[in-house]
Write a protein that binds this ligand. Structure first.
Ligand SMILES: N[C@@H](CCC(=O)NCCCC(=O)O)C(=O)O
Length: 258
């Protein structure tokens, strides 16, 4: 069987006098080494990305985390300088990509900013600066220059029974990392909560009635996917769904050729 391909979202950033469409190494490495699929970065060209052509080539979609926030005007709130930075090119690419992947049954894994984009793509809203809300924990990274410290595993998450993640995890409480200041507010259409933090923050969701694996997590399984069992399980489950989709497609293509 050919190596399955996974479309990976990109951030638009400026450095070295160039504009880059880029994704952090950890997402690419976890896709290749743990999901066993080849990551293909999709430039954030918005409506100029022909999703039909993309889906003719790939077997899964990975929406990465990023420091930038989804522009609040996309869910009926006001954009402010304090709420930024924003990445409008990414928003205009990922939101249609997520909706189309769900419609067409392409396996989808959405991480951190990704789960927030999944929620907004399906009509939900985001809460911002959640650490300032009474009773809510500080879900931001510990202040450090060391990425291993920032992404350290230190927060419990309770997985709900009878969900997609509930089938992957037993026991039902796992420890995760946490690097975010926004979270799901009003839940998007068709989403069900898969996991919460002890303070009630939504930590994982899935798309009900979806034709394939369609899961978002607020934490970062990519960062420790090669060394942490709970992180690896998510990428392995995604990889299994991607391979299943690739096999189905191969069957359909050979049937059509007969
Ligand atoms: N901007 C959102 C999304 C958070 C996210 O995706 N974080 C990834 C890590 C970014 C970093 O290295 O700081 C939010 O803050 O909720």
């Amino acid at each position: 069987m050919r190596q399955p391909l996974v479309a990976v979202s990109t951030d638009v950033r400026q450095f070295d006098n160039y504009v880059w469409h880029a994704a952090p190494q950890q997402y690419l490495e976890a896709t290749l080494s743990v999901a066993n699929a080849l990551p293909i970065m999709v430039p954030s060209f918005g409506a100029r990305v022909d999703l039909g052509s993309l889906f003719a080539a790939v077997d899964g979609v990975l929406i990465t985390g990023s420091r930038s926030n989804v522009n609040p005007t996309l869910y009926g709130a006001e954009a402010t300088e304090a709420n930024g930075p924003y990445d409008p090119d990414r928003d205009s690419t990922t939101l249609p990509l997520i909706r189309a992947a769900i419609d067409q049954g392409i396996p989808l894994l959405a991480i951190c900013r990704g789960i927030q984009e999944l929620n907004v793509a399906l009509g939900g809203t985001l809460a911002t600066e959640i650490q300032e809300q009474e009773g809510t924990w500080d879900h931001r990274a510990p202040p450090s220059e060391d990425q291993d410290v920032r992404f350290s595993i230190r927060q419990p998450v309770i997985i709900r029974e009878g969900t997609c993640l509930g089938d992957i995890f037993c026991p039902r409480e796992i420890m995760v990392n946490s690097v975010h200041r926004q979270a799901i507010g009003q839940l998007g259409n068709r989403l069900q909560v898969e996991a919460t933090a002890p303070d009630g923050t939504v930590e994982a969701v899935s798309v009900t009635g979806s034709k394939a694996f369609a899961v978002g997590v607020q934490w970062h399984p990519e960062y420790w996917a090669k060394s942490d069992d709970a992180s690896a399980r998510i990428f392995k489950a995604f990889g299994d769904a991607v391979r299943q989709h690739a096999a189905q497609r191969a069957g359909m293509i050979s049937e059509a050729a007969e």
